[in-house]
Write a protein that binds this ligand. Structure first.
Ligand code: NDP
Length: 486
């Protein structure tokens, strides 16, 4: 029922032009803006994050992304003419076709913006959308339902289906046309396996273990302040939060001191979001126990402040590279630190973990920073800012490599990925066509023609190309004289 309703609505929706769809969706942007404080309260209550984070990360990002999407979609989704080098007498156009009815499955950590940043492009591109948000944060998803309820959309075009993971699994089993999933690596594997059974395409936005590289020439006070925020905002429950610090050995001790100072200044009741999903506490406990067993230094933190808050925690020392905090996503206010001697070391240490979503390099030598950035295996790298900031930039493709998943949300890539490319090709010369020389009947003359034609495209330089084409022309003349082709 869910999918038949969605598909019926999608047929009408896809028949509209992109600007018409955007116009129908504008009231959603208006309502979100008009009720920004009320909705920020909802997200704050739903997820527990500080209100300022709900306002900036969920509401602010949603508004800026929708504005960019509405302004850019028509250009990005328009048909693209493609010149044909092998068949210059013909012309082709690539059209973007919506998938149909897509399933979007979201997590609880940024419960409004993450699903909305996929729902809106999918709708603008002409799809129907079924959203299965995390059962942990149902109220934030209801905001999406409410703002889309203010738009003139065909009934069933957007459907919110609340429920736990089994509901997500059932919806995939029912066979949507595409799945866009954001969540953990473990669930991502199940989602991909379920999609493979149909098969249907999926994009996977999975976890990250962001690393921040601090070079000896960096502004250390600024870098420490960035690290403290990057590791702990949203209670550290961010796929792009700083979980690893690679610090040049010559500044290791002084940087550690400044970072501890910055972490000490965090006021847990004002600044630090609580553990949103109780199950996450077990991960923190396991990672801290592992650090203790390895005899690692914990210069600050390491203990729970109450049932729902872990103190901002720094883990360092010999053996940290083998620890869970270094190699697995903690998804909490915990950061691990190690030292490097050369840029090559930093790159190698960065690239040893299996995921690669975001990273950053802090240095006053931008040339050095850029060179290092190009070698880091991560989807987004920031110089002198933390990678998570890039999540708020609507123009940029968001996504990672390795166990961070594949496919992109946001930006032109995210929007275009809400469609599949359809090629339509035709003659430049009108409807009547001669029979093709590569059709039946096969002959030696035909072979000559096709060989010369292929070699013309592999020839070195213009002269050789012209020679081969002339030879192909002669072969064509022979072929057409000996074997009239109709
Ligand atoms: P989960 O993987 O636990 O859940 C994600 C979503 O999948 C939830 O809606 C969940 O439902 C649903 N789900 C669970 N089991 C299934 C199943 N078998 N089939 C279909 N859907 C299912 O992730 P979290 O919600 O805990 O989110 C945290 C994770 O998300 C972290 O690893 C984080 O790094 C990652 N993340 C990645 C981002 C990125 O852009 N790369 C952004 C944000 C987070 P329910 O919650 O109701 O059980």
């Amino acid at each position: 029922m869910t999918w038949s309703k969605a598909r019926a609505a999608q047929v009408h929706w896809a028949a509209l032009t992109v600007p018409e769809r955007v116009d129908r969706l504008r009231p959603a942007l208006r309502m979100l803006a008009d009720r920004i404080d009320e909705f920020a309260d909802t997200v704050h209550r739903d997820n527990g994050k500080p209100r300022v984070e709900a306002l900036a990360h969920d509401l602010g990002n949603s508004l800026t992304h929708m504005r960019w999407l509405f302004d850019s979609a028509a250009d990005l989704l328009g048909p693209t003419p493609v010149p044909l080098s092998v068949l210059p007498n013909r012309r082709a156009t690539v059209h973007r076709v919506p998938w149909g009815a897509v399933l979007i499955i979201g997590p609880w950590n940024v419960p409004l913006f993450i699903p909305l940043s996929e729902v809106m492009p999918a709708l603008v591109a002409g799809n129907a959308v079924v959203l299965k948000p995390s059962e942990v944060t149902p109220a934030s998803a209801r905001i999406i339902e409410e703002i889309l309820g203010a738009c003139d959309l065909p009934e069933g075009l957007f459907q919110l289906i609340q429920g736990d993971g089994s509901v997500g699994a059932r919806l995939i089993a029912e066979g949507p046309d595409k799945v866009m999933f954001t969540g953990s690596v473990a669930t991502g594997r199940k989602v991909m396996a379920a999609c493979a059974a149909h098969p249907i395409p999926c994009t996977l936005e999975l976890g990250g273990i962001d690393a921040m590289v601090v070079c000896e020439d960096a502004d250390l006070e600024y870098a420490a302040s960035a690290a403290a925020w990057g590791a702990t905002f949203n209670g550290g429950q961010v796929c792009a939060s700083v979980e690893r610090l690679l610090v040049h050995s010559s500044i290791r001790d002084v940087f550690l001191e400044r970072l501890v100072d910055q972490l000490e200044r965090i006021d847990p009741t004002r600044d630090l979001g609580p553990i949103t999903f109780a199950g996450q506490r077990a991960v923190y406990e396991a990672h801290l126990a592992d650090a203790r067993e390895r005899g690692l230094e914990v210069p600050i933190g390491g203990q729970f402040l109450d049932d729902s808050r872990l103190a901002p925690t720094l883990v360092a020392g010999e053996g940290v590279l083998d620890s869970s905090v270094w190699n697995e996503e903690t998804f909490g206010p915990v950061v691990a630190m190690t030292a490097f001697d050369t840029d090559d070391d930093a790159v190698r240490l960065h690239n040893t973990v299996s995921c690669g979503l975001t990273a950053s390099v802090f240095t006053t030598d931008l040339g050095r920073g850029r060179r290092m950035a190009r070698r880091l295996r991560a989807g987004l790298v920031s110089l002198n800012d933390i990678g998570a900031t890039l999540y708020g930039q609507p123009e940029l493709p968001w996504g990672g490599v390795g166990t961070s998943g594949f496919g992109r949300s946001h930006g032109a890539n995210g929007l275009v990925d809400c469609t599949w490319p359809q090629v339509i090709e035709e003659s430049r010369l009108g409807a009547m066509e001669p029979k093709r020389p590569w059709w039946y009947p096969y002959s030696a003359d035909q072979e000559d023609l096709l060989r010369e034609f292929a070699l013309a495209h592999a020839a070195d330089g213009k002269r050789q190309t012209v020679k081969r084409l002339a030879s192909a022309g002669r072969a064509a003349a022979t072929l057409f004289t000996r074997t009239p082709r109709r």
